[in-house]
Design a protein around this ligand. Structure first.
Ligand code: ZN
Length: 171
């Protein structure tokens, strides 16, 4: 069992802006390890600290399609460039369980962050990795992928979410 439970909407902590981390020390590394464990346990491709109620600018992800593990740890990540070209892809979120929706985002982004060893890194990524970076960084601003939808589409998703949860509650 992991130490953390992933929060789901409408938990207000998912709507707060996370604070920067001063330094990646042993305490932060322990948190990174525990977040990764929680993410693998939930079968997610990415997890941001606010999703477990910790309002810090920390993200873990692993977007490998096969079973090989290739975790990326990002502290204080910041998107420094985003391609003008945008594409639609279906997204889901551990904090918005049971539903998914097509979201329009930049095809490629460049991100700067501090890594597991407190070293600055720059990463340019497209595909699922680029998509996941944009999704997870939104969490640090208290934003969810459904915020990118039109009000009508968002209502449809939230209605579906309520039905899914009702079925779960009765299961
Ligand atoms: Zn998410």
């Amino acid at each position: 069992m992991s130490h953390f439970q992933v929060l789901t909407i409408p938990d207000p902590r998912l709507r707060q802006v996370a604070a920067p981390v001063t330094k990646v020390d042993d305490e932060v590394r322990l948190l990174l390890d525990q977040m990764l464990e929680a993410m693998y346990e939930e079968d997610g491709g990415g997890l941001a600290a606010p999703q477990i109620g910790i309002l810090k600018r920390i993200v873990v992800m692993d977007v490998e399609e096969d079973d090989s593990k290739n975790p990326i740890f990002m502290v204080n990540p910041k998107i420094t460039w985003a391609s003008e070209n945008k594409i639609w892809k279906r997204e889901a979120c551990l904090s918005v369980p049971g539903v998914s929706a097509e979201i329009l985002r930049s095809e490629e982004v460049e991100v700067e962050y501090i890594d597991y060893h407190n070293m600055p890194q720059t990463l340019k990524a497209g595909g699922w990795k680029g998509r996941c970076i944009q999704h997870e960084l939104d969490h640090l601003e208290g934003k969810l992928y459904i915020d990118h939808l039109s009000p009508l589409k968002r209502q449809l998703i939230l209605g579906k979410l309520k039905r899914v949860n009702r079925i779960r509650a009765h299961a």
